[in-house]
Write a protein that binds this ligand. Structure first.
Ligand code: PHE
Length: 346
């Protein structure tokens, strides 16, 4: 019997030494120390023995039980420690890895152009103001000396809000240009007026490489006593030089807009070919960049400015067109297609 306990001890300890995980250890514990385990059974079996034998074996069996329990506790701790260090190794952070830089955003080319243009005029003393995109017929046309049925309305293909059959001055539309803000500004202030108005405008138009149904304009207006066409030329010449280079030449030719008299179209000499004629300027050497003119006396009268006392000039430019010229963009639809390959170039 004693020999049996010895060999039991030997196998149990040998097994214990080989155990590799908590599950195997638990199985081992149940096998030897569980309620029906070998050691437990042996202890229980002692009661059937005569007293002398029982005493000797009892001591030995209890000692074995204590030994195995001790071995179990140690092994458990060792396994837990090994598991912990394995886990720490597995979950370790490599602090030497370089961090991921946050993605940098950028300003949309339209925004950049808009700020640049407004910045040039602001430096000349113009105030930047904005106005509504949903506009009354009155401001978009009527007050700008374009009455209903005036053929000049065909210059702007209009998106009407209130249906195809507009009801006079109170019909709503999407503004076709930023010029209605000329009226709104003058209605609310007395001269001197010097403002630029950047903003979205809308045209009912088939889209192609040079036409979009939404684009941006920057309007300009200066009204005071003694303003002449020379002021218009000087101001716009300064603008052209600031944006397209000091060597630029400008050209003014007659054009027609009902709210200015005289009206002009302004062009700069082609900066790509220096006026020799190329693809950018369609061989003419000149690039038209905006419409302008002296504010029509009829428009001044509308807002109760005395045309005998006050004069002024106005201009309106297409922002995307200027950006396309400056950055060599050949399709206006690129601006609002939200293709990152395009946007990331600015
Ligand atoms: N509003 C005109 C257009 O959209 C441009 C313009 C503005 C012309 C101011 C003259 C003066 O075509």
């Amino acid at each position: 019997m004693l020999a049996e306990l010895d060999s039991l001890k030997a196998t149990a300890l040998a097994e214990l030494g080989r155990l590799q995980d908590a599950k195997a250890l638990e199985d081992w514990r149940i096998r030897y120390l569980g309620r029906k385990g070998t050691v437990t059974q042996a202890l229980r079996g002692l009661s059937a023995l005569p007293l002398e034998e029982r005493r000797a074996l009892g001591v030995a069996a209890n000692a074995l039980k204590a030994l195995l329990e001790e071995g179990y506790a140690q092994r458990l701790q060792a396994l837990r420690k090994a598991e912990l260090s394995a886990r720490l190794r597995r979950e370790a952070l490599d602090l030497t890895l370089p961090g991921r830089p946050p993605a940098l955003g950028r300003l949309h080319p339209t925004t950049q152009m808009l700020r640049q243009i407004c910045g040039v005029f602001a430096s000349m003393g113009f105030q930047v103001v904005e106005g509504p995109e949903v506009e009354w017929d009155y401001y978009n046309f009527e007050a700008l000396n374009i009455p209903a049925d005036h053929p000049a309305r065909d210059m702007w293909d209009t998106l009407w809000i209130d249906g195809a059959d507009p009801q006079g001055q109170r019909a709503r539309l999407l503004r076709t240009h930023t010029s209605p803000m000329q009226i709104r500004v003058m209605e609310q202030t007395r001269p001197p007026v010097r403002v630029v108005v950047p903003g979205k405008v809308y045209r009912y138009e088939a889209t192609d490489a040079t036409h979009e149904s939404m684009f941006h304009q920057v309007e300009g207006l200066a009204v005071d006593e003694g303003i002449t066409f020379a002021d218009l030329k000087g101001t716009l010449y300064e603008f052209a030089k600031a944006l397209f280079g000091v060597e630029r030449k400008v050209r003014f030719r007659c054009d027609y807009f009902p709210f200015v008299e005289p009206g002009v179209e302004m062009a700069i000499d082609c900066f790509a070919c220096a006026g020799k004629g190329c693809r950018l300027c369609s061989g003419t050497g000149w690039i038209e960049i905006m419409g302008a003119g002296m504010v029509h006396p009829e428009v001044l009268r509308r807002v109760s400015y005395d045309p005998e006392r006050y004069t002024g000039f106005a201009f309106g430019l297409g922002l995307e067109r200027i950006a396309m010229l400056k950055w060599g963009i050949d399709d206006i639809r690129l601006f609002y297609a939200n293709d990152l390959r395009f946007l990331r170039q600015f």
